[in-house]
Write a protein that binds this ligand. Sequence first.
Ligand code: MLT
Length: 408
Amino acid sequence: MVKVNENYLKLKAGYLFPEISKRVNKYTQANSGLEVIKLGIGDVTEPLPKACIDAMSKAINEMGTNNGFKGYGPEQGYGWLREKISLNDFISRGCQISAEEIFVSDGSKCDSSNILDILGDDNLIAVTDPVYPVYVDSNVMTGRTGETLKNGTYQGLSYLAINEDNNFLPEVPKNKVDIVYLCFPNNPTGATITKKELKKWVDYANENNSLILFDAAYEAFIQDKDIPHSIYEIDGAKNCAIEFRSFSKNAGFTGVRCAYTVVPKNISGQNSNGDKINLWPLWNRRQCTKFNGVSYIVQRGAEAVYSSQGKKEINSLIDFYMENAKIMQNKLRSAGFKVYGGDNAPYVWIKVPANMTSWDFFDYLLEKANVVGTPGSGFGLAGEGYFRLSAFNSRKNVINAMKQIINI
Ligand code: MLT
């Protein structure tokens, strides 16, 4: 009989968001199709920017002509998109990231997991706790952890707690870890990191020859001028960090699919003989073998994000969701909740009432307010006692959800 990858058997439960959907569907079916307001998964709700629609429509029409038809594109993404990304997202912020260092893909979730293909199995890995579950689960699936411990953590992973006491900022470890995942603005807590704090991580990584996997999927939501949008705003980061970026949340591409990963040319690891090995050719090789690129149509849509019309429309989408976050913060605070995040990120992170677990609070909100959120413990042990609400929804739903919570 075929052997299965037993690492999958170590996974604690189903993936968090399908698990939530399952519970919500069960509840609504048992209550005659009751309407609930979903502030759980961070999925956008507003229509695509017109600039992107126009660009994609034009690209579809082009594909229907002999001259404009395109077959396979470059696995790394079209040069014209990579140039625009380099210029607008990096050079304009003083980061010397060239188009060649940018790999266009169909999602940061997959890239943050696929990157493990080019990294050895015996690296010591650190994640924050709570954390975006994909980082942990991908390491479990690829056999980079030991068994599941009773408290739900995995043997072999280093967990860096982030909580109210450290302002949701992970402390640089005292020991050496080889790979560390950082996500800022943070999913799930909505916390941000200053340049000074991020510099500590870059220095740590350079001193210890570690690699930082920096997830900046929510950078577009940053409102404070001093908060870095990219890790490459920090001196030395090009030697130690890979960055993941996405069009999902800024341009509403969760259903369109386009993202990119930055692998600087001079970033290296080593082989078992201790020889220095450049990571860029390995990632390039991986993508050429396992990936056929993002569709031409979608890449034209992503390119339009950088047009002047696109920039305006994206800014108003961000403003819209951040206004939702403000409404949520204000209403929840006035109802007596301790609220974190939501200032530079589309997530608010609230403390659940003392006598409840995060899942108790999930059930309580679902049943009493008909509002769906995400239990903090779904993001890790240290997320217990917290609850995440997403600002991605219509204004009407956000206002009604807050009313329903306050009126419990
Ligand atoms: C979330 O809710 O955490 C996000 O939807 C995750 C993602 O973008 O995959």
